[in-house]
Design a protein around this ligand. Sequence first.
Ligand SMILES: Cc1cc2nc3c(=O)[nH]c(=O)nc-3n(C[C@H](O)[C@H](O)[C@H](O)COP(=O)(O)OP(=O)(O)OC[C@H]3O[C@@H](n4cnc5c(N)ncnc54)[C@H](O)[C@@H]3O)c2cc1C
Length: 442
Amino acid sequence: MRMYDAIVIGARCSGASTAMLLARQGHRVLVVDRSTFPSDVISTHFLWPHGMSYLNRWGVLDQVLAVTPAQTTIKVVNDGIPLTGSVPVDLLREYFRDLHGDDTGVVQSYASIRRRVLDQILVEAAAKAGAEVRTGFAVRELIRDGDRVVGIRGRTADGQTVEERARIVIGADGRNSFVARTLDLPKYDERPKCTFAYWSYFSGFDLGPAQLHRRGRLASAVVPTNFEQNMVLVWGPSEWSREFRRDVAGNFQRALDFVAPEVGEVVRTEGTREERIYGTLDQAGFLRPLHGPGWVLVGDAECFKDQCTAIGMTHAFRDAELVAAALGRWLRGEVPVDEAMAGYESRRRSQNAAAYYDYVCTLAEMRPYRHDELQLFVALRGNQQETDRFIATHGDVAPVSEFFQASNLFLLNDAAKESSAGHAIFDDFAATSRSYQQNLFA
Ligand SMILES: Cc1cc2nc3c(=O)[nH]c(=O)nc-3n(C[C@H](O)[C@H](O)[C@H](O)COP(=O)(O)OP(=O)(O)OC[C@H]3O[C@@H](n4cnc5c(N)ncnc54)[C@H](O)[C@@H]3O)c2cc1C
């Protein structure tokens, strides 16, 4: 039987990327997925500039940009307070130097890339790098030697049962990870409060760069994507989801009209919906152990969190680069496996990573913004540098703890006192405040 250096289960953002990076180092890699490609997966597929930078570092960004629109500025409107900015290049460089030791390939643009486009490019890049790719292959068992995972048993598309062995098995198999379930890995730091999200694809209008709107306990996003369409998304607190679901199409438009009336108007009068409305009700966050004897987890398998900051794919790329670097050192015989995995773990379990996980999970509760938070957004309007830093913080480029540290907020709030006077938020403020209390879809 052929012995691989690594078997990767899952061939999307985390799996195909990890397989590609390990194969480029010259290792023998098998990557399997029960899906066939091109295909979509439940995702609204927004990629932050550091996500795009990973693609550029790996030499596949041009392929993406050939078919996908990209921009640098983002408009964020919180309870009627508009902010426009971009993730600063110097913060992107700092991010890569801190996490990966070099800042090659940094780009400032973001994009919304359909998964049927992106995942196909990644699978092809893995194959081109020399990884053996088997799609339509469902892993049914992990082969163990004592407590060590040493291989997989699975079924091919034509119904054959196949067994393969490797020095390490990488679970890149998503939030319902087969590897995690089979090994009975616990979930911890679970965050049951999350958002419901519904989205679809519309042609017929061009609203420019991405817009994110939040009003009361609801939010919406409009981002140009492939095939000259726009991804239009609404989300809100999961405790409102049952009522929302009673009339998905009606409530989708109702939510848009409430959160961003001008966007709702364009979608209603100029937009043609090209696909059905997709939705998800459960995005409860959790962490799982990162590694053990003969196995390691990457991407959603190890850490799942709500879509409200659109970060999972970028994090999957981050994990791929970190784990491939760590495993490469071990596979080349430079360090023992424990030392390699401890290096991966220390980067993945940093204070910054924990703070960002908490930031996402707290936002996902969709609590109304407090007065001091709204004041902060007003203060940012006069300060482009801090607006850009806020956007970078929201996208996990800059550390949450630095932007939200008391001294920074104090300075900004001081400035807010001067700039907030007379700032117009929604005319119908009473409706916004009512929405803090009442389920709009009840
Ligand atoms: C509603 C929603 C919106 C989102 N929007 C965004 C966004 O805008 N931006 C963003 O960055 N992230 C977003 N995310 C998160 C993002 O989709 C995930 O973080 C990302 O897909 C994780 O990639 P992954 O490779 O780890 O897992 P996945 O993409 O889930 O891929 C796992 C793969 O493993 C395969 N697999 C599983 N079990 C087996 C098995 N037993 N045998 C063989 N193959 C197997 C599956 O077929 C699948 O192809 C969103 C998530 C949700 C739910």
